[in-house]
Design a protein around this ligand. Structure first.
Ligand code: UDX
Length: 440
């Protein structure tokens, strides 16, 4: 099938590359001309394991515009090339949050307008972005103002996790298809026919809700275990073992029970607030979600308080942060715990050294309005020099494997504040560290 992808952000890019890999002819379109230029020469704007290699194997450079072969992908800033003759048109644009907490649908609306303008045959317009319930119908209305022929709308929410997106695409646990017509259902079911997982067919609205409900539930699990961790600290229990014990109950499940600094990233913080807001604007106070958000914010504050307590005060203290990404195996720092921690530490007049293996430091500073200068390093050990404490903010593998004897030698004081519980309690204590963690 010829498939158009509108938006080459995280979801659009991964979906496009993976659908081409399945044998479809894919055209990725974006309004960002610079991004498209870079993609045309194989430069990927994000770090995602396996994505570059897969894109290279699809060898898009030898393709002529508009005459794309099966199993190939091209990138264009020309909407006509992408939309015309496409059987499936995926909308994968950003849905950021407005200042008032509402979801900003301007990109989705403008994608719908573009589709309406260039559509010239029956197509299924598939929404992959996380959007408030009712957006599918809105997109339909916008398209039909410009295009009077036959087309259908489908909601097919995305559940990819950054860092394992290719793997997640190849092995989904479920595929959700919200559709209004049998014709559309048939086409999209055909696209996914080779997948060995349950395919749930629902209405548009239900599919849209499944995505929010899933993310909100996972975030609730994280805030729940963080609350348990805070109690564990007070009663000498170990939250890691508590989580293992809980997770063995198949009704609970072991995933998303890692206590730490709470959730970050481009999805959870935004989606949880959006769902809370959607409920409110429909006259319902989602009390549980309000607490989930509160607990998540507090986890960051608690860690700074702990560091302050052990160092007596933070004024002019030098803190080394290991990890700026919102989780390991990604170069994404959106809503990362590190950003909040830096702000909180700087408020207390602490000085910050930082190291992360994948983050573009310049971008990190430019996108966040920090009060004071941060010293960035290209080596994790050098970053520790003259520091009063090491704070672990992201559980990168290289931090788990770090030479702790070396860490102790370089640090001014042997203090490790582990926001992700990556070290063995006995081992670090034996090495002579003052070791603070979450819930152990
Ligand atoms: C999430 C959803 O998992 C995915 O289905 C959806 O499509 C997009 O949002 P992602 O943002 O890539 O994916 O990251 P995820 O691996 O889910 O982690 C989210 C955040 O939760 C991270 O900051 C992570 O550190 C935190 N987390 C996760 C915990 O604090 N504890 C856990 O046990 C699990």
């Amino acid at each position: 099938m010829k498939i158009a992808i509108i938006g080459t952000g995280y979801v659009g890019l991964v979906t496009g590359v993976c659908l081409a890999d399945l044998g479809n002819s894919v055209v990725c379109y974006d309004i960002d001309k610079e991004k498209i230029k870079r993609l045309q020469v194989g430069k990927i704007p994000i770090y995602e394991p396996g994505l570059k290699k897969l894109l290279e194997s699809l060898d898009s450079s030898k393709q002529k515009k508009g005459r794309i072969k099966p199993g190939k992908i091209i990138f264009t800033d020309d909407p006509k090339t992408a939309i015309e003759k496409s059987k499936l048109i995926f909308i994968a644009v950003g849905t950021p949050q407005k200042r008032n907490g509402e979801v900003d649908l301007s990109f989705a609306k403008s994608a719908a307008q573009t589709i309406g303008k260039f559509l010239n045959n029956y197509a299924v317009v598939v929404n992959k972005s996380t959007v408030p319930v009712g957006t599918g119908k809105l997109v339909k209305k916008i398209i039909s103002k410009k295009y009077h022929g036959d087309f259908d709308i489908v909601s097919n929410p995305e559940f990819l996790k950054e860092g394992s997106a290719i793997e997640d695409f190849a092995n989904p646990e479920r595929i959700i298809i919200g559709a209004e017509s049998q014709k559309a259902r048939k086409i999209i079911n055909r696209l996914y026919q080779s997948f060995n997982c349950p395919i749930l067919n629902t209405s548009l609205e239900t599919a849209e809700m499944i995505k929010y409900a899933s993310n909100a539930f996972l975030a609730t699990k994280i805030s729940f275990i963080n609350e348990i961790a805070n109690v564990c600290e007070r009663v000498d229990a170990d939250v890691k073992e508590v989580a293992t014990g809980m997770g063995l109950d198949s009704r609970i499940g072991k995933s998303f029970l890692e206590a730490g600094l709470g959730y970050g990233g481009s999805c959870f913080p935004k989606d949880i607030k959006a769902l809370h807001n959607i409920a409110l604007s429909n006259n319902y106070r989602f009390k549980l979600l309000k607490s989930v958000i509160q607990v998540n914010n507090d986890q960051r504050k608690l860690l700074v308080e702990k560091t302050k307590r052990i160092l007596k005060n933070l004024n002019d203290k030098k803190i080394c942060l290991w990890g700026l990404a919102f989780k390991p195996d990604t170069d994404d720092f959106r809503e990362s715990a590190a950003i909040d921690l830096i702000r909180l530490f700087q408020k207390e007049n602490a000085r910050i050294n930082a190291y992360d293996p994948q983050i573009n430091y310049e971008e990190f500073v430019n996108r966040n309005n920090f009060k004071n200068k941060i010293n960035f390093y290209s080596d994790k050990y050098t970053a520790l020099k003259n520091c009063d404490a090491l704070v672990i903010t992201t559980e990168w593998n290289e931090f788990k494997k770090a030479d702790l004897k070396k860490v102790k030698k370089i640090l001014k004081k042997p203090v490790v504040v582990d926001g992700r519980n990556i070290y063995n309690l006995e081992k670090v204590k034996k090495l002579g560290f003052k070791y603070l963690n979450i819930g152990r």
